[in-house]
Design a protein around this ligand. Sequence first.
Ligand SMILES: Cc1cc2nc3c(=O)[nH]c(=O)nc-3n(C[C@H](O)[C@H](O)[C@H](O)COP(=O)(O)OP(=O)(O)OC[C@H]3O[C@@H](n4cnc5c(N)ncnc54)[C@H](O)[C@@H]3O)c2cc1C
Length: 455
Amino acid sequence: MRIDNNSKHHVGIVGAGWAGLAAAVALTREGIPVTVFEASRHLGGRARRVSLNEGDDEIPLDNGQHILIGAYQATLRMMRAVGAAPGHLLSRIPLELRYTDGFHLRAPLLPYPLNLAVALLAAYGLRLGSGMAALRLMRALQARDFRIAPDRSVSQLLAEHAQDAVLCRHLWEPLCVSALNTPPARASAQVFANVLRDGLTGARHNSDLLVPRTDLGALFPDPAARFITAHGGSIHSGTPVRSISRHDGGFRIDGRPEHHSHTIVAVAPQHAAALLAPLEAACPALAATRQAIERIDYEPIVTCYLQYAPGVTTWQPMLGFTDGIVQWAFDRGHILTPDPYRKPDTLSSGLIAAVISASGSHEDMDNDALAAQVHEEIRGALWARKGVNLAPRWTRVIREKRATFSCTPGLQRPVGVTPLAGLLLAGDYVASDHPGTLEAAVRSGVAAAARITTA
Ligand SMILES: Cc1cc2nc3c(=O)[nH]c(=O)nc-3n(C[C@H](O)[C@H](O)[C@H](O)COP(=O)(O)OP(=O)(O)OC[C@H]3O[C@@H](n4cnc5c(N)ncnc54)[C@H](O)[C@@H]3O)c2cc1C
């Protein structure tokens, strides 16, 4: 594939998160020249590498521990397209939920629905009747083609289908919070049903957990940037776009001389409205799109890294907690192996990432108090009974206050095609079946590119 210098299109893309980069890769693959503008010096947006300097070591962390699932088909295709082999960069674990209180559910390597039936009926810590109730819920959703009308909260849906406390606490609510990043009492049952449809039904591997073995930069943003520039595209990082203006049937970005036939606004919703507002003079109907974006609310995610002595491990790549503020602990030493893009290192040994999704009382704690509480919960669950007294060498709390949009019932999300010809939106918040995830971001970028290539 080569960039066509005589292409009638030249696309400006604002934002180099996974949506913007996916759009740029998809266009580049079609030979359409792109220029990507990214405000930050780092690519990847809300799924990016963060380097921490500890003594002489530069430790690659992420702005938040991420997990993918086998159903992320568009994301996996994108990774392959830029030479980032999912088989090397992601640990594929058949669906397994293991909690510190002993609850344990594992899907065997059987086709759907047998895998789900065995997982639920044989789960340790779950009564047979509860497993049956969960299967009945799945069957009821399937019978109505996973359509929930009118939309309601996940808590309401679970109550209507008599899901008991153990099921809710260990299965449905953690799935809801992890996937929708919204507490079940406020989360959309429709989007939750979509997640269950995509993740738990269909091909067996859809439900596999894909845990990155590398930092998020190496997973897609870095190889995507290499791909785009190697094929003639440009990426300007550290370049916040301040204005998009109409120019000769197309667009100019920040008054630069280049003419863009199309512009894809691939920034998070809190940044999108300000870029759209000035264009309303040329297209008053754009106000409705901006207003839909402004109505979006947000949910946070906190990741707390704790570095213990090398060799300290939870023995599990991913371990669930139910009693405190920690929801999941990822043992980075267990899952991060040297990757093809960086020199081998052992820096991750003893490094645990604790994840706290959605809003909650933890938001009122300062970083020191929060890290201390996270350490206490991990110590209490894993080591205290064995009399092991470990303390972290350092901790680091990363708070993403607007990690994703709040995925509430009936939320009207803006569509990717705006009323202004040639102006497209991409991002995890753009209307789709999906909650705010990497897959939603990538799909929106690919869809925006397809609007241009098929126009
Ligand atoms: C802590 C955390 C954990 C998460 N965990 C998961 C997970 O486990 N699994 C999962 O699938 N998803 C997860 N997500 C969600 C996922 O990261 C997001 O859905 C996805 O990264 C959104 O990508 P995006 O491209 O739509 O937006 P963004 O990543 O926000 O990208 C927008 C880009 O635009 C840039 N920008 C903004 N304004 C301008 C401007 N004026 N000019 C130029 N550039 C601009 C920003 O700097 C940014 O790089 C998590 C998110 C967070 C924060």
